[in-house]
Design a protein around this ligand. Structure first.
Ligand code: CA
Ligand code: CA
Length: 260
């Protein structure tokens, strides 16, 4: 009887040992890396001849080992972190991880039609190219610019890089224009995976609305307005989100040009 009991105890101990081994073996098994995806570059326009800190949002970016680009562009990774999603957005739309990097564009980098195509690589694969446009000159939005009395002056033929950073935020820009000039103002945002669905409105200094664009034809959710200036003076361009939302992923490029 004693021998039977002992043998049964030994069997149980061996089973426990194997079960424990199985469990710890599973824990020790290395996680298979998943190929990364890159969804949004912030900013998506950088200046030639300068070093700019950029954030790339996507999925499985914590395992990134290198970022490569085209000739004339050098990239170094500075950090990898979790990325907060704005309300209502999914990781596959806007990414739940982010990589911060320093991008340097040589002074001799070709022209504005060339983009800095970036590829992010980990052990399992690489992302499709994510393009960052390169501009000759660019100005940054200066907060606070929430109203006519606190607007940011800009000039015709300037490109402004900005963000609608919180819910119900508006960015207001002031420009002086001459009578009979045809002005075109366009916002690039959703075309480059920004969370912003822009609305652009042009007012004169008395608050009269002269033009408004939400989803311009051929631009998806992005806005473009074209207007013949009725009289010389100061005008206000007001940029806001169609859903009154905002976050650090609501980035945009505003271009104002004079048309002949
Ligand atoms: Ca802003
Ligand atoms: Ca829109």
């Amino acid at each position: 009887m004693k021998a039977v009991l002992l043998s049964s105890c030994m069997r149980s101990l061996w089973m426990l040992f194997f079960l424990a081994l199985g469990a710890s073996g599973e824990e020790a098994k290395p996680k298979k890396p998943v190929p990364p995806s890159a969804l949004l570059a912030i900013p998506f326009v950088i200046e030639r001849g300068k070093t700019t800190s950029c954030v790339i949002r996507g999925q499985s970016l914590d395992t990134i080992e290198k970022i490569t680009s085209v000739e004339g562009i050098s990239v170094s990774i500075t950090s990898k972190e979790e990325a907060k999603l704005p309300d209502g957005w999914k990781p596959e739309q806007l990414g739940d991880r982010k990589v911060t990097c320093e991008i340097t564009v040589n002074e001799s980098f070709p022209d504005e039609s060339t983009t800095a195509a970036l590829t992010l690589t980990n052990k399992a694969g690489e992302t499709a190219n994510i393009d960052i446009a390169v501009a000759k000159t660019l100005i940054d939005e200066k907060e606070p610019n929430p109203g006519f009395d606190k607007s940011q002056p800009i000039e015709v033929a300037q490109s402004v890089r900005g963000v609608i950073e919180k819910n119900k935020d508006v960015d207001v820009f002031k420009l002086d224009a001459k009578a009979d000039t045809v002005i075109e103002a366009s916002v690039v945002a959703r075309q480059r995976t920004s969370a912003l669905d822009p609305i652009l409105t042009l007012y004169d200094s008395s608050g009269f609305e002269h033009a408004r664009s939400d989803d311009a034809s051929g631009s998806g959710r992005d806005a473009t307005l074209k207007v013949t200036i009725p009289s010389s003076g100061g005008y206000f361009l007001v940029l806001q989100d169609a859903h009154d939302t905002g976050s650090d992923a609501h980035v945009y490029l505003l271009r104002v040009t004079k048309k002949d």
